[in-house]
Write a protein that binds this ligand. Structure first.
Ligand SMILES: Nc1nc2c(ncn2[C@@H]2O[C@H](COP(=O)(O)OP(=O)(O)OP(=O)(O)O)[C@@H](O)[C@H]2O)c(=O)[nH]1
Length: 341
């Protein structure tokens, strides 16, 4: 749990700063005592946040796994059903149980304890996707927050900004959801709370123009990380995707290679809908990673396994509440341990 975010280069011993620290906090150690405490709390939060999903799985799986007998077809079917109720999609469940099913089909004896081990291994493997450093190693690192309305994009952007700021990065946010006036206001409120600058224009302005202005500002100020809040709803799906593509083009024009990370934000409570959203946005722009929000309020946490499996994208963080500190880095092993009995 120690490597949430990559360390700032200037804080690594023996390396020269890329840029002189601008403010006092930048010279402070990355992990101070209170932050260690926060980490411990977050670790607990991560487990607590998954409790609804765990309870759903644990009770039924616990019962099923209780006696270490030989597994048969009926057992597999029951297991399949239980996994599906935690919102692990059918395709993913099939993949998770494939090695066990093969054994049964070929008449090879398979004990419950072996199946349990295999399920754990398969799930862990599915969730272990190569995860590049965060924030990306570019200066400024430009990160787009993408997703449909209400999934928690703005809140999550603020949480990430808060964590980055605590780790000494200079951060700027761009309010590129100009479709809804309230979205701009919401980001501004969060910006004040977190203590970061928010670049905005009037509601209805061209989001590409806001991105352009924001990135120019970041370049001029030497900001290290730029977080871009994008729209989740427009008049039509076509417009939404075209607008997103345009913002990407603008970003790349101002800072070649930007955006360096497009994070798709998904709401765990929407279950399988998340799969359609990932498909839709993935068709429009390259997605680099996922953040799954509202894990605290759902028994559908299994959706994390499904999206990681289907889209082979790393899950950066999970949202565990509405406050700034309610964001935890996603740890595949901890997730599997917390979920399976
Ligand atoms: N319980 C819980 N609530 C969350 C979490 N993340 C966000 N929320 C809440 O979800 C609601 C929607 O969050 P927003 O950040 O406004 O979502 P958005 O995707 O930016 O939505 P638009 O601005 O409408 O596009 C808010 O009430 C948040 O407080 C989370 O991890 N857990």
């Amino acid at each position: 749990m120690l490597k949430w975010f990559r360390r700032k280069k200037e804080e690594a011993p023996g390396t020269q700063p890329e840029r002189a620290p601008e403010k006092a906090p930048l010279s402070e150690p990355v992990i101070s005592q209170p932050q260690q405490e926060t980490k411990k709390n977050l670790w607990q939060k991560f487990k607590d946040g998954l409790s609804k999903t765990r309870e759903r799985l644990k009770d039924s799986l616990g019962e099923l796994f209780e006696i270490d007998r030989l597994v048969d077809q009926a057992f597999l079917e029951e297991l399949e059903e239980i996994l599906i109720t935690a919102d692990i999609g059918i395709e993913t469940v099939n993949r998770l149980l494939e090695p066990s099913r093969k054994k049964i089909l070929t008449g090879e004896p398979l004990k419950v304890s072996e199946l349990r081990r295999s399920l754990r291994e398969e799930m862990l493997q599915m969730l272990t996707v190569p995860t590049p450093p965060f924030p990306p190693e570019a200066s400024p690192a430009v990160i787009f927050f993408i997703g449909v309305n209400g999934v928690g994009k703005t809140t999550t952007l603020a949480k990430v900004a808060w964590h980055l700021k605590n780790r000494g990065f200079s951060v700027l946010a761009i309010a590129a959801d100009t479709f809804r006036a309230a979205a701009i206001e919401q980001l501004e409120t969060w910006g004040n709370r977190v203590g970061i600058e928010v670049i905005k224009q009037a509601p209805g302005a061209d989001p590409g123009a806001v991105v352009y202005q924001g990135l120019q500002a970041a370049k001029a100020r030497g900001t290290e990380v730029v977080l871009v809040d994008t729209a989740g709803r427009l008049h039509t799906k076509y417009n939404l995707m075209e607008e997103l593509k345009k913002m990407v083009r603008v970003a790349d024009k101002v800072i070649p290679g930007a955006p360096h990370e497009n994070i798709l934000v998904l709401d765990a409570t929407t279950g399988q809908n998340a799969v359609n959203q990932a498909k839709l946005f993935g068709e429009a722009v390259k997605l680099h990673s996922l953040i799954i929000t509202k894990m605290d309020g759902t028994a559908k946490g299994g959706i994390a396994v499904t999206v990681a499996h289907l889209f082979k994208l790393p899950i950066r963080f999970v949202g565990l509440g509405e406050k700034m500190e309610d964001l935890a880095p996603f740890e595949p092993k901890a997730f599997v341990d917390a979920l399976l009995p």
